[in-house]
Design a protein around this ligand. Structure first.
Ligand code: NDP
Length: 308
């Protein structure tokens, strides 16, 4: 069985920041990148609000830089998914890709959060055939076409404005009569002429044929039905924390996010720390995730020192 001091699970800004700090502290961290190497930021366009990038930077470029920075200090960054983990006793035992066993003195969980879907049968049927939860990844396929985005938060507004720059028309389907997004994002949406906001509308069915999505049937809260002819249907209705592999082993809050001692990264299990979106239903920014990765690394380093 392989033995490591610090196991980091996840490769978003939290995971890589934890790797940079723990490797500089000579803790020889091993980081498993997980299902989506680089995390959610690799599915975003331009990041304009991360301090230090006056011209902005793409999510992919930022994650590549963070990865290189972690490697520079000796972090062992590996492809692989933690498929099982036992946090009931120390050292903690994890299984990678159902086969490789690893023992860790401390664990930093940075597994992030994943996109939510509406749960319609027709939506599942056309997933990957016009239904997507990532405009940046898939918007390109619908250049000069009509598309729809569901949601009224910052993500939906960001995706709608991005799509509006490459598509002919974007419908923004919002279930309430207002957008929950920040004022700046709302203004961008309202000032983009090829975005039509459909307030108080819900999706009843995604329509399609053997080639993929051809439309969507929406219903207003007053019961008026309408079919939109679109080729791309994008979900932007929030995320759920990726805690499946840890289920039942760490205390979670009522929304399913990992509970930490306020102001720290300490979870309900001594020696297990959490950082990034998996413990943060509120801020969910690259900069806050990176900051919490730093906190987790420092908490972990201090905890390991105290064990001696
Ligand atoms: P949010 O939870 O903020 O918004 C989700 C949106 O989806 C809401 O409008 C919600 O409607 C709607 N929704 C949820 N479920 C359904 C459903 N079943 N059917 C229809 N609509 C639904 O998620 P976001 O991903 O937009 O944002 C998460 C966090 O990340 C926020 O704090 C946000 O500010 C932040 N963020 C910041 C960015 C930036 O600063 N550049 C960019 C992107 C995100 P309702 O309002 O009715 O609940």
């Amino acid at each position: 069985m392989e033995k490591v001091k610090v196991l980091i699970i996840g490769s978003g800004p939290a995971g890589f920041t934890a790797a940079i700090y723990t490797s500089r502290a000579n803790l020889s961290p091993v980081l498993y990148e997980g299902i989506e190497p680089g995390g959610q930021l690799t599915t975003t366009t331009e990041i304009e609000n991360f301090p230090g990038y006056p011209e902005g930077i793409t999510g992919t470029a930022m994650m590549e830089d963070l990865r290189k920075q972690a490697l520079r200090f000796g972090a062992d960054v590996r492809r692989g998914i933690i498929t099982d983990i036992d946090l009931s006793q120390r050292p903690f035992k994890a299984t990678v890709d159902h086969e490789h066993q690893i023992e860790a003195e401390a664990v930093i969980v940075c597994t992030g959060a994943s996109a939510k879907y509406l749960g319609l049968e027709s939506e599942a049927k056309y997933r990957g055939m016009g239904v997507s939860a990532c405009a940046t990844c898939d918007g390109f396929f619908y250049r000069k076409q009509d598309v729809a985005v569901v949601g009224g938060g910052d993500t939906a507004c960001e995706e709608a404005t991005y799509l509006a720059s490459i598509c002919k028309k974007v419908y923004l389907i919002v279930r309430k009569n207002y957008l929950r997004a920040s004022k700046a994002m709302q203004e961008r949406v309202f000032n983009t002429p090829n975005i039509e906001v459909l307030f108080e509308h819900n999706t009843a069915e995604v329509l399609g044929d053997e080639d993929g999505v051809t439309g969507v049937r929406v219903v207003s809260t007053s019961g008026v039905e309408r079919t939109l002819d679109i080729m791309g249907f994008f979900l932007a209705i929030g995320h759920h924390p990726n805690v499946e592999v840890l289920k039942g082993q760490l205390e979670l809050d009522e929304q399913g996010y990992i509970k930490v001692v306020p102001g720290t990264s300490k979870t309900s299990v001594e020696g297990v720390f959490a950082a990034g979106d998996v413990k943060d239903p509120h801020y969910r920014q690259a900069i806050t995730a990176a900051g919490s990765g730093c906190i987790a690394a420092l908490d972990c380093e201090r905890w390991l020192l105290a064990q001696k």
